[in-house]
Design a protein around this ligand. Structure first.
Ligand SMILES: CC[C@@H](C(=O)O)C(=O)SCCNC(=O)CCNC(=O)[C@H](O)C(C)(C)COP(=O)(O)OP(=O)(O)OC[C@H]1O[C@@H](n2cnc3c(N)ncnc32)[C@H](O)[C@@H]1OP(=O)(O)O
Ligand SMILES: [Co+2]
Length: 139
């Protein structure tokens, strides 16, 4: 089995403040974290705990944000990506590339402090897919 646990569902939002309010009303104030700027990814991210997984609210940060074109097409915001944990990210990427799937850019440290990489939505049934090395993987 290549993919493990669903770590988070990424949701692109035009306004982080409005999104936080919405999710506080749905999951309770304690479930919604504080936004963190991640300039290397061109986003501001804020996690919402759903108990069995997390929602990652992401808003554009900087001129070259990967969310810019997406939010032009969906100005009210929309589901942006799914993120699955893998035990060994370099090994998973080798296997996925061998199947002909396109990896977008180079792996880099993600919001949880472990390596992440993205797979092209056209190679993943229309779903932009993030894979992240599981925090307990020990690499
Ligand atoms: C917080 C850090 C990190 C974490 O640790 O969790 C993150 O989650 S960061 C999240 C943001 N980062 C990324 O999205 C990086 C990877 N993304 C990309 O490389 C690009 O956004 C993209 C997916 C290659 C799209 O690039 P873009 O220049 O916007 O191309 P197009 O607009 O021309 O799109 C091409 C094609 O793909 C469709 N598309 C685009 N985005 C999505 C999406 N999120 N889900 C599904 N499909 C998507 C788009 O509609 C185009 O389709 P066609 O119109 O049919 O050609
Ligand atoms: Co993500």
């Amino acid at each position: 089995m290549l993919f493990g646990r669903l770590n988070h569902v990424g949701i692109a939002v035009p306004s982080m403040e409005e999104a936080q309010e919405r999710y506080r009303a749905l999951f309770g104030a304690g479930a919604v974290g504080e936004p963190v700027d991640l300039p290397a990814h061109g986003v501001t991210a804020c996690f919402v705990s759903t108990g069995n997984s997390e929602i990652e609210l992401i808003a554009p940060l900087g001129e070259a944000s990967p969310l810019a074109a997406f939010l032009e097409k969906s100005p009210a915001g929309a589901q942006h990506h799914l993120c699955f944990e893998v035990a060994d990210l370099p090994a998973a990427l080798r296997a996925l590339k061998a199947e002909g799937r396109r990896v977008l850019g180079e792996p880099r440290i993600g919001a949880h402090g472990t390596l992440v990489a993205f797979l092209h939505p056209k190679d993943m049934g229309g779903i932009l897919t993030e894979i992240m090395e599981a925090p307990h993987a020990g690499h």
